[in-house]
Design a protein around this ligand. Structure first.
Ligand code: S3P
Length: 452
């Protein structure tokens, strides 16, 4: 069945400085990137894949609905526990209705990769945010496999895709560092004879490669000059169902983590967080800013490294964040900018062009929101510069979240350390990635509430 989210009314929220430090031990929901991939690869494997810790946010539920509309069987067995009965590579069937992927760019781009080498036609759309986002970055390489597309102007959704019946393997040099584009190409390569190659100038998250290997595919990854990688996939592998344990999402953990750093006296532990080195750019930045963060109990769970993160509040200082680090923390800039606003001194975040094409234009949105909260901030080219006063920002503003979950959560966290409470116009998008954000944060001692 197509995913048809019911239209919802906006949910304004207000966050103020809590009366006490934040304390406690929590778990954040499952990793969004890994959850999408578990459902999609499960749908293409032979046999039943058992998943635990799946993120049950709207984005991932849209992917579950999509794989079911394509003839696989993804079913909820309990809290975060799902089974997927796969149809085998090339075994998906034509959906009878439009596929609606809601707010999720990852769902849209990865699914288009899979559909590109299935000889069927599908019509794909999403919410107002997703319909604004560029799909040309996948339409271009997937067309080279032989898929055909009809899109709106600027390669936007809704679009129609007819997959190739005799796909040709490609070698593709990523024009932007994007794990979504890399993954779309690799997934198209599954039902393609020969070797599909992706060259990435800067390494991006490698969950697709790891999970493909976990299911039995042959995926090579070798370093190339300049720090990038050449990734190869041998076509027509036998994908065999395999159990998957989804770690806690480091991009979700970032919100309580930074809340703990900026609310004086706090100490918070977040258990079972994924620390894949291609996702830990934020932790490096925070350490450079002088944050007290400990990685405890490091272990491996289902092919991904995991740890408990313990954060203690303390003074932060500004830092210079290099552009090369951006792919390893691309979703964390809204919340890093909040930490920078509370730090002493200047933080420069370089090379943020990709932030303009996320769920909203985050580069513009972060700068506008911080300025409204009394923070000195500037955009220079693709760089964001935040002048931290080393004290509580003024706050007292209403922030537009523009259907962007991470902007909503970031500015609520800012409210926890602002002189005057911060309001956001709509918290509903938070349900795409972190449905329990509010009870979980308030359980630590935060004061985030709806307006009376
Ligand atoms: C993701 C890749 C990133 C990230 C997104 C999830 C993924 O997007 O922003 O939230 O799961 O592959 P890009 O590939 O567009 O950088």
């Amino acid at each position: 069945m197509a995913h048809n989210p019911s239209p919802r009314s906006p949910t304004p929220l207000i966050a103020a400085r809590p009366p006490m430090p934040l304390t406690g031990k929590i778990r954040v929901p499952g990793d969004k990137s890994i959850s999408h991939r578990a459902l999609m690869l499960g749908a293409l494997a032979v046999g039943r894949t058992e998943i635990s810790g799946l993120l049950e946010g709207e984005d991932v539920l849209a992917t579950a609905a999509a794989v079911n509309a394509l003839g696989a069987h993804a079913n909820r067995a309990g809290d975060g526990r799902w089974t997927v009965d796969g149809v085998g590579i090339g075994g998906l069937t034509e959906p009878q209705d439009l596929i609606d992927l809601g707010n999720s760019g990852t769902a849209a781009r990865l699914l288009l990769g899979i559909l590109a080498t299935h000889p069927l036609t599908a019509f794909v759309t999403g919410d107002a945010s997703l319909r604004r986002r560029p799909m040309g970055r996948v339409v271009d390489p997937l067309s080279r496999f032989g898929a055909r597309f009809v899109t709106r102007e600027g390669a936007r959704l809704p679009l129609a895709i007819s997959g190739a019946s005799d796909p040709i393997p490609i070698s593709y040099h990523l024009p932007v560092p994007s794990a979504q584009v890399k993954s779309a190409v690799l997934l198209a390569g599954l039902d393609t004879p020969g070797t599909t190659t992706v060259i990435e100038p800067q390494p991006t998250r490698d969950h697709t490669e790891r999970m493909l290997r976990h299911f039995g595919a042959t995926v090579g990854a070798e370093p190339i000059d300049g720090g990038g990688k050449r990734i190869t996939l041998e076509g027509h592998p036998e994908l065999a169902a395999a159990p998957i344990t989804v770690p806690g999402d480091p991009s979700s953990a970032a919100f309580p983590l930074i809340a703990a750093l900026i609310v004086p006296g706090s100490e918070v532990t977040i258990e079972g967080v994924g620390i894949n080195p291609l996702r830990t750019g934020l932790l490096e930045c925070l350490r450079e800013m002088g944050a007290d963060i400990a990685l405890l109990n490091e272990r491996d769970e289902g092919g991904e490294p995991v740890a408990d993160l313990r954060a203690r509040a303390g003074a932060l200082r500004g830092a210079d964040i290099p552009a090369e680090r951006a792919p390893r923390m691309i979703d964390e800039y809204p919340i890093l900018a909040v930490a920078a606003a509370c730090a002493g001194g200047r933080t420069v975040m370089r090379g943020l062009a990709e932030l303009r094409v996320k769920e909203s234009d985050r580069l513009t949105g972060i700068a506008a929101g911080l300025a409204k909260c009394g923070v000195r901030v500037a955009i220079e080219g693709d760089d964001l510069i935040v002048e931290g006063a080393g004290n509580y920002p003024a706050g007292g503003a209403l922030i537009e979240t523009s259907l962007d979950h991470r902007m909503a959560m970031a500015f609520l966290v800012l409210g926890l350390a602002a002189n005057d409470a911060v309001r956001i116009d709509d918290a509903a998008p938070i349900a795409t990635s972190f449905p329990d954000f509010l009870p979980l944060m308030n359980g630590l001692g935060c004061a985030i509430r709806g307006e009376a």
